[in-house]
Design a protein around this ligand. Sequence first.
Ligand code: SF4
Length: 274
Amino acid sequence: RDVGSRPFRARQLMQWVYKRAEPSFERMTDLAKTFRAELQEQAYVRAPEIITEHCSADGTRKWLLRADGSQAFEMVYIPEPDRATLCISSQVGCALDCAFCSTAQQGFNRNLSTAEIVGQVWLANRLLAGTVADLARERAVTNVVLMGMGEPLANFRNVVPALDIFLDDCAFDLSRRRVTLSTSGLVPQIYKLAEHSNVALAVSLHAPDDALRNELVPINRVHPIAELLAACWHYIDERNGRSVTFEYVMLEGVNDSRAQAGRWPSCSPAVRPR
Ligand code: SF4
């Protein structure tokens, strides 16, 4: 909401909230007192609530979060020598019913709001602040992947503004190559995303042909592999440095035979259709 302040105040406020992960308007000391009082009255900074946290020996941390008092969603932090990736959720549950996915079993509950999506990165940066010397200059989370609960492109309206905040240099200031949206293949929304964002796209393929993919990723019955690959090529725009990667979960005895690997060239993304 417009509080009648100047644009540079908005930039200062964004830097406090997103870069420094500061939840208290009172402590934003370079903002005018009257502006802080106005914010105090009209807004709040609140992260999702942590229900459980699990830390693995390799440094991976998994949180179960709650934002509305009942329904839970997950985020996972994966540290590596050259990056620190946060895998976040875009929905509570999912309607797409992929055969190998535990989220699918709970069905679809609701879309996460933009604030709940952004709040995951905000919360992780704040929780992990002790791992970097200066949170305002150096991010605890260097990469974000929308690969947790939900199909991000089924929550387009809330996900795209969140992507904008991840990339905004007044906010999280992440490079578009460090933000990856993973989709099971909602073809019309891939074309729509191409108009709105330059983030990296990851596509869950998981099968070399339509017959098997229809079983593993049922959205394939609506948007088969050929349609999906055409949308991917549309998304790749070298002028903007966009990239598409393909994910393939190896399921023993289901999609991991030599014969199936041999069928790959016919749908390989390495072979651009004419
Ligand atoms: S789209 Fe993703 S979250 Fe949804 S059922 Fe498929 S794998 Fe699971």
